[in-house]
Design a binder for this molecule. Structure first.
Ligand code: ATP
Ligand code: MG
Ligand code: MG
Length: 550
């Protein structure tokens, strides 16, 4: 990213005044879920800044919690980082440092800076105190170094149950910063780890592990989100007291939040586990894989994130801004074509039966290089149900009895008869066309106000269209001011509409991830999960219009 920002300024100064002679950053996801667009911000900042200063960025799996991590997530994260357009220099697993972390913990014990505590989780919380009330020392705080070494080793050897003992850093129970009130740095967890198997039954806590990981890898600038600001003193304490050779600097930036979007792996996992969506890559998910399947391009995501900038603030960005960038990206590259989402048959009664013709249509009026195509036209076509009204209001310029409209790339047609079923539903229109009005002939005899899209009925290909709305309605959540009410109560029941329609025969061989603009309907992407050669399935990426202005 080229814009200046406060992190860039810090790095530049560090290089100029000799505090650093190189820049090493890392993107450190925990493999406990798929990446979401918030992670894209972290990726772009870490890779972008290092790149600007000819530094390097590593991918590190922060896999210190055996219970939640999985190889599936490791693979998906790698794929998503690459798809976004980034290539890590080194690949690391925090779990490869378990030996070293253990040794550093032993060092702390030997220095009298860590102790084994027998208090349970609730007691530890209670003893910790509050912002207005100092903490209380654990009765086990002053165990001898020898006893602590012995107990910690027994913890490691599996002599205790989960939760029976923990290792705590011995810092300051009256610190105004709660994070410094003797934080737990190791816990017992008899669980199989995706990388280290059953080798360990004690695992380091994030606040202890993360600074060590950064230091071990020679990270210079450890960039994270602002919720870790209060942990920075602990981060520095760990690096210093563990006598790490490299001293990374933690710098915090604001999380990316987007309106109508939940952005926490825990919640996204809940949506998957409860079957509210059809997987992490459901097109309604804010995951990288969901956005990709919906049809977002990597460059649109990058542009969007860069525009949101790097500040400490984390106010929610309007989802329309994300949509704006994908429209911009596809405007010149996506072929324009016609698709009917909710078909209504039209018979052109004065068109000769059994005949048909080819009409020329441009593929993208904003990009002539994309050329033209031939589309078939004959006696029966489909138009959109909503493009006809039997009793239209004033200023309705589409089709109604007696009215004439233009068919895009074709002729003027006039509606003469409305055919209904027994229940009174309109099932077919009988129209006549005027051969003089053929598109491209320069006909100026009379004007019409409406232009409709259509497809030739005989040659049309059946297609499914999937139309999306936000999965969660957070405006509603805010209004009701029920922050801790379950977000599942605000799931939008109309987030997916599936309709069956038709596309031009030219599109019969579309491939997953092909992108098009359907005239008047917006941009669509061929779905990679449900589309088949017999029946393409299109996800609407975004509609055409937006009131959003940069
Ligand atoms: P979540 O709360 O969604 O589970 P996390 O922070 O626990 O996210 P990690 O796997 O630890 O997920 O994230 C890897 C990196 O991505 C971290 O440095 C984290 O700060 C950053 N990150 C996560 N969410 C966002 C966000 N919304 N905006 C910017 N950076 C983010
Ligand atoms: Mg995390
Ligand atoms: Mg998390």
């Amino acid at each position: 990213m080229e814009q200046s920002n406060f992190i860039r300024t810090i790095i530049k100064e560090d290089l100029e005044n000799g505090k650093r002679d190189t820049v090493v950053t890392r993107f450190p996801p925990e493999p406990n879920g798929y990446l979401h667009i918030g992670h894209a911000k972290s990726i772009i900042i870490n890779f972008g800044l290092a790149d600007d200063f000819n530094g390097q960025t590593n991918l590190r799996f922060d896999d210190t919690n055996p219970l939640k991590e999985d190889q599936e997530y490791v693979d998906a994260i790698k794929e998503d980082v690459k798809w976004l357009g980034y290539d890590w220099e080194e690949l690391h697993y925090a779990s490869n440092y378990f030996d070293e972390m253990y040794n550093r913990a032993v060092l702390l014990i030997k220095k009298g800076k860590a102790y084994v505590d027998d208090l349970n989780q609730d007691e530890i919380r209670e003893y910790r105190g509050t912002l207005t009330e100092p903490g209380k020392e654990s009765p086990y705080r002053n165990r001898s170094i020898e006893e602590n070494l012995d107990l910690f080793e027994k913890m490691k050897n599996g002599e205790y149950e989960n939760g029976q003992k923990v290792l705590r850093a011995k810092i300051d129970m009256s610190s105004p910063n709660l994070n410094l009130r003797d934080p737990v740095i190791y816990r017992i967890s008899h669980a199989t780890h995706h990388n280290t198997g059953d080798t360990w039954c004690i695992y380091p806590m994030y606040a202890f592990a993360h600074p060590l990981e950064d230091a071990i890898e020679g990270v210079t600038h450890s960039l994270c989100t602002t919720e870790f600001e209060d942990q920075r003193p602990l981060y520095n304490w760990v690096v210093a007291e563990c006598e790490m050779e490299n001293q990374p600097q933690q710098i915090e930036f604001g999380r990316l939040n987007i309106t109508n979007t939940v952005m926490s792996k825990r919640k996204l996992k809940q949506l998957v586990d409860e079957g509210i969506v059809d997987g992490w890559d459901d097109p309604r998910m804010p995951t990288i894989s969901g956005l990709r399947r919906k049809g977002y391009t990597a460059s649109a995501i990058r542009e969007f994130v860069q525009e949101t900038g790097v500040s400490k603030g984390s106010g929610a960005v309007d989802e329309m801004m994300l949509e704006h960038y994908v429209r911009e990206d596809l405007k010149l590259s996506a072929p324009r074509t016609m698709g009917i989402l909710k078909p209504l048959k039209v018979v052109i009664t004065n068109y000769p039966e059994g005949e048909s013709e080819w009409l020329e249509a441009e593929n993208n009026p904003e990009n002539e290089e994309m050329g033209t195509r031939q589309i078939p036209f004959s006696r029966e076509i489909y138009i959109e149900q909503e493009d006809f009204m039997e009793n239209p209001p004033k200023k309705y310029f589409r089709l109604f009895p007696g009215n004439e409209v233009r068919l895009k790339h074709a002729y003027f047609i006039k509606c003469n008869d409305v055919i209904k079923d027994e229940d009174g539903n309109v099932v077919e229109l009988h129209c006549t066309y005027d051969v003089e009005t053929k598109s491209g002939t320069g006909f100026t005899g009379r004007k019409v106000k409406g232009t409709l899209h259509w497809v030739d009925a005989k040659s049309a290909v059946s297609a499914e269209f999937r139309l999306y709305e936000p999965l969660v309605l957070d405006e509603q959540m805010k209004e009701e001011a029920l922050e801790d009410k379950d977000f599942l109560d605000y799931i939008n029941p109309n987030s997916l509409e599936v309709v069956q329609g038709f596309i031009e025969p030219n599109l019969k061989d579309v491939q997953p991830q092909d992108k098009f603009q359907f005239f008047r309907h917006g941009y669509f992407n061929v779905d990679s999960k449900y589309s088949t050669p017999e029946k393409p399935v299109f996800n609407r990426i975004v509609s055409l219009k937006s009131s959003f202005k940069l």
